[in-house]
Design a protein around this ligand. Structure first.
Ligand code: SAM
Length: 649
């Protein structure tokens, strides 16, 4: 199924090149933070004549991800990662006894400074020995190139083709521990070992978080039959492929692709071992799924995977993607994998993907939502919540079939609830939002609100994150001292106001791990909002106050649209209603805020709102009056208004 189209990524003709200062400015952080993030592998850099530079496109992508919370770990974990580069993917292996068997292996590799590939090679031989495929191996024989006795011809070939590459990196005699140690019991033990050794930074760049076993098994149980032809288009070490092989009888019906060379080697060994009595060459290929496979008319009954989210593309790749999939404008990797998989789906087949919840409602993903609604039947959406140890985003499973005129019902599974919705109604939603938490009445209200003539904050605001000190114990005190000033956390943010401060800091930006340019904090007027929250809470600040990273900053830049009106709208029950129904999120993302309508009301209406905001700042009891005034400005029936109030109470 794989054609040999060679893709050359070396040619670069970028015009927009940034230095470290421009990058800091664009991201709204200090140059020290930029250096820190480069060190951790979070910001892609390039160099020429020993000079480091950045591409604007990369930095813009990082910026939008940052403000959307997708790179939350940048803020929270930069320090931890530096200290501890290895971690065990506990979502993938749950049993503590088995986890305990991993530690000595990982320690041995670390202490002896062994490269990942030779380590994995030796561990693969160990695994094949436990499976009785290789007999009596030791490192001495390996180094002397003695012929190894193997019970499976194809596996022997795989090992023989791998070995010459390994020798360069060096196998030492005393590495024999890796050939003989006890391995944990797990369907994909080599995958676990590989995951545990991959640096966190590299993993987040290629989006390589492997999927917990029960999630994979549930997909397989729902769709795979013994004669199904199945594909994982980014198979990693073969988690899904192994699960497919529990049901699929012919290993040649199991296809996998991944561009990670080591992962593909492991996936091939995994499948060969699973069908060790059969003689076959696995259909698992080391290719770039998005570029190296073209005009392929193979069709599959089940295409299931956890595709990479937010993977990085080079400028050349982006140029190509624009031509291959012009409908996808977000440059989001999971959208390309979905789009590509749709071409491979058989008439009665199913695609089942593990995705971030944001695909359902965040504005930037409206491109793939439109493709989905116009070309597929959304069979199921299952809420899985948080499933990856170090990824904070809630996760869903999205199951799609080919479009079917008769049945267009989607089954939603959320906690213990199961209900059906008509996907057709999402077609008429703005940005094609899949608002799976709304009923017909809710949608009617939201559509009415959006019918009011409005603008939005998209491209009309400046944004900044709060400070990450890198060491709160060192920098933050609970008493005000000389040269210190208050700093506010998410929990201090209340409607229109900030609570009495409980933390103080000396502003020394050069010492902090992440900090916005000072002028963003010191601007004359700004809004401060709670980032982790089920509700919208916006404080108005005209006292140049500092925030920590649980409280973000929004500086609207719309002439003649007063900042206090924006605060009033976003704190009102109408906007809580939109937020809860459309996004149902525990995080207030920039993309959510950019999606909210700013009605183009008369000046006199604005003046009245500002007056009420000022009164509310003085005394919160006036909030009800303000809230009632805002709701009255939308053309809603009494029943609709009562519904909004009831839901947001
Ligand atoms: C999240 S992991 C999933 C692995 C496996 N499907 C699972 O669920 O356990 C994503 C995988 O996509 C691979 N990948 C990322 N971009 C790719 C591309 N353009 N072509 C092929 N594989 C890619 C990574 O190497 C990684 O193994």
């Amino acid at each position: 199924m794989v054609s040999n189209i060679h893709t050359d990524f070396t040619a670069n003709n970028h015009k927009d090149i940034l230095n470290i200062e421009n990058t800091a400015e664009l991201l709204g952080i200090s140059t020290a933070t930029v250096r820190n993030w480069v060190k951790c592998g979070y910001l892609p850099t390039h160099s020429k004549n020993n000079k480091r530079f950045f591409y604007r496109r990369d930095i813009e992508q990082t910026k939008s991800k940052l403000l959307n919370g997708e790179l939350e770990k940048l803020n929270q974990r930069a320090n931890k990662i530096k200290a501890r580069k290895i971690f065990i993917p506990e979502e993938y292996i749950k049993n503590q006894i088995q986890i305990d068997k991993l530690h000595p292996i990982i320690n041995f590799i670390q202490i002896n400074n062994i490269e990942i590939e030779p380590a994995l090679f030796l561990l693969s031989l160990n695994f094949l020995k436990t499976e009785k495929i290789f007999l009596n191996i030791n490192t001495q024989d390996l180094l002397k190139k003695k012929k190894l006795i193997c019970t499976n011809k194809q596996i022997q070939k795989e090992i023989n083709s791998w070995f010459p590459e390994i020798k360069k990196a060096g196998i030492k005699k005393h590495f024999s521990f890796l050939l003989d140690c006890e391995l944990p019991e797990h369907r994909d033990v080599l995958g676990i070992l590989y995951q545990s050794l991959l640096f966190e930074g590299k993993k987040s760049q290629s989006g390589s978080y492997y999927t917990p076993i029960n999630i994979v098994d549930n997909i397989i149980k729902d769709y795979v039959k013994k004669d199904s032809k199945v594909l994982d288009p980014c198979c990693g070490t073969g988690q899904f492929l192994l699960a497919f092989s529990d049901i699929v009888e012919d290993p040649l019906n199991i296809y996998g692709i991944d561009y990670d060379k080591i992962a593909v080697r492991i996936a091939r060994l995994n499948i060969l071992t699973k069908f060790k009595s059969k003689n076959f060459i696995p259909n698992i290929f080391c290719k770039n799924t998005l570029f190296d496979i073209e005009n392929d008319d193979s069709k599959f009954d089940v295409i299931a995977t956890n595709p990479p989210w937010g993977a990085h593309f080079s400028k050349v790749e982006i140029k190509k993607l624009k031509t291959i999939h012009p409908q996808i404008t977000s440059f989001e990797s999971f959208s390309y994998f979905l789009k590509k998989s749709l071409n491979w789906l058989s008439r009665s087949g199913t695609i089942s993907f593990i995705l971030p919840e944001s695909i359902l409602n965040v504005q930037i993903h409206k491109d793939i939502r439109e493709v989905i609604l116009k070309t597929t039947q959304v069979k199921k959406i299952i809420y899985l919540n948080r499933v990856f140890k170090n990824v904070f985003t809630p996760v869903i499973r999205l199951d799609l079939g080919m479009q079917n005129k008769k049945t267009k019902q989607t089954t939603i599974y959320n906690a213990n609830k199961k209900y059906k919705l008509q996907q057709i109604k999402w077609m008429s939603n703005h940005d094609f939002i899949f608002n799976i938490h709304t009923n017909k009445f809710d949608s009617q209200i939201i559509n009415k609100i959006y019918q009011t003539k409005h603008i939005t904050l998209k491209n009309k605001a400046s944004w900044a994150l709060g400070i990450v000190t890198g060491n709160n114990k060192k920098f933050i005190t609970s008493n005000n001292k000389k040269d210190f000033e208050p700093i506010y956390k998410g929990k201090d943010v209340k409607r229109f106001i900030l609570d009495k401060p409980s933390s103080y800091i000396q502003f020394q930006p050069e010492k902090f791990q992440q900090v916005a340019p000072e002028e963003k904090y010191r601007i004359k007027e700004k809004l401060i909002y709670k980032f982790i929250s089920k509700n919208l809470t916006f404080a108005y600040d005209d006292r140049k106050r500092l925030t920590l990273n649980s409280a973000n900053i929004l500086i609207p830049e719309i002439p003649n649209y007063p900042i206090k009106v924006i605060a009033a709208l976003f704190n009102s029950s109408v906007y809580q209603f939109i937020f809860q129904k459309n996004f149902s999120s525990i995080k207030v993302l920039r993309s959510h805020i950019e999606d909210l309508p700013l009605p183009l009301w008369k000046k006199s209406t604005f003046s009245k709102i500002i007056k009420l905001v000022d009164k509310t700042i003085q005394n919160q009891v006036y909030f009800q009056e303000l809230d009632n005034y805002i709701i009255s400005k939308f053309l809603l029936s009494q029943k609709e208004k009562t519904h909004i109030k009831k839901i947001t109470k």
